[in-house]
Design a protein around this ligand. Structure first.
Ligand code: NDP
Length: 274
């Protein structure tokens, strides 16, 4: 790739971002589409992150993805936002900043790819977690299912997430077994399962035979939850799918064309193995 003064710059903003897979994913797509653009990781440390994000537009940044802990900050920094939490930013040529959240749609696209018939199967959803990603997924699934149950270590956060949805409910963490037993679709959306984190002892044995089990953590790609669900013969969805499809939607917002999800998966699996 030849970088010149005309090369467009895009970035992932967060802290930390050193291990982000987004640069590999987007730079791969830039090459696929012959775009004169480069995607970098920008660790943000600022007393005033709203001002710092807004300033990026003054340097001519075209677009950005945003990860923890700045997703709410990004929505606040924008002139217009489709949600109070944003993972994608787009600067117009006149400097106007628009914020989007592609996490929910990205999850649904990954689910549809892995389980094309999920709509007919998933009436009752159990979302483990009540953070930004869990809420985005809940909002995206809610109109298509009968009930969305949040179960979270901190019950008050599950209550708050449930209150955002017309068909939202919350469960006590102690009721995990019941939650697993009654769900058609289980979505693990806490940070548990990360390589350096302690994996929970999920009651996979209680799952319905037709249950779909989805993860949003992708390091490792096969979490303990997915491994155990697969060994029970359940349909599973890994966390890489959401990463790729939220990124594909961001790419489309910036460049007006949907990139190749399969090519991204090949590159990202190679990166995770290296
Ligand atoms: P948040 O910080 O907003 O939420 C974290 C959630 O994890 C909370 O529900 C928190 O519970 C729970 N949690 C954290 N530690 C524990 C623990 N030890 N035991 C039980 N629950 C715990 O993070 P996000 O929602 O933004 O992200 C969650 C995970 O999803 C991260 O690992 C992130 O990397 C991943 N992610 C993946 C995406 C993808 O594209 N695949 C996209 C976005 C996120 P509590 O309320 O009690 O603190």
């Amino acid at each position: 790739m030849k970088i010149s003064a005309a090369t467009r710059v895009l970035a992932i903003i967060g802290n930390p971002v050193a291990h982000s897979l987004s640069p590999i994913m987007h730079n791969g797509w830039f090459a696929d589409h012959g775009l004169d653009a480069v995607y970098v990781a920008l660790p943000l440390q600022s007393e005033d992150p709203v001002a710092a994000i807004r300033a990026l537009g003054q340097f001519g940044l075209s677009g950005a993805n945003v990860t923890a802990p700045y997703k709410e900050t990004a929505a606040k920094a924008a002139d217009a936002a489709d949600d109070v939490v944003a993972n994608t930013l787009r600067w117009a040529p006149n400097g106007a900043l628009t914020a989007f959240n592609t996490d929910g749609a990205g999850f649904v696209a990954a689910l549809t790819e892995a389980a094309p018939d999920w709509l007919g199967r998933a009436r009752r959803v159990l979302i483990i977690g009540a953070g930004g990603a869990a809420i985005a997924i809940g909002k995206a699934l809610s109109p298509n299912v009968d009930a969305v149950h949040f179960i979270n270590r901190t019950r008050t956060n599950a209550d708050a997430a449930a209150a955002l949805l017309a068909n939202g409910h919350s469960l006590r963490w102690e009721d995990m077994e019941q939650g697993f037993a009654e769900a058609d679709l289980i979505v693990q959306a806490t940070s548990l399962g990360l390589e350096d984190g302690a994996a929970a002892d999920w009651p996979v044995g209680r799952c319905r035979a037709a249950a779909i089990v989805a993860e949003i953590v992708y390091r490792p790609l096969e979490t303990q939850l997915l491994a155990r669900a697969r060994s029970r013969g359940l349909l599973t969805v890994d966390g890489l799918g959401m990463l790729i499809h939220q990124g594909a939607r961001a790419f489309e917002l910036w460049f007006g064309v949907r990139p190749d999800a399969l090519a991204a998966r090949r590159r990202l699996i190679a990166a995770l193995r290296s």
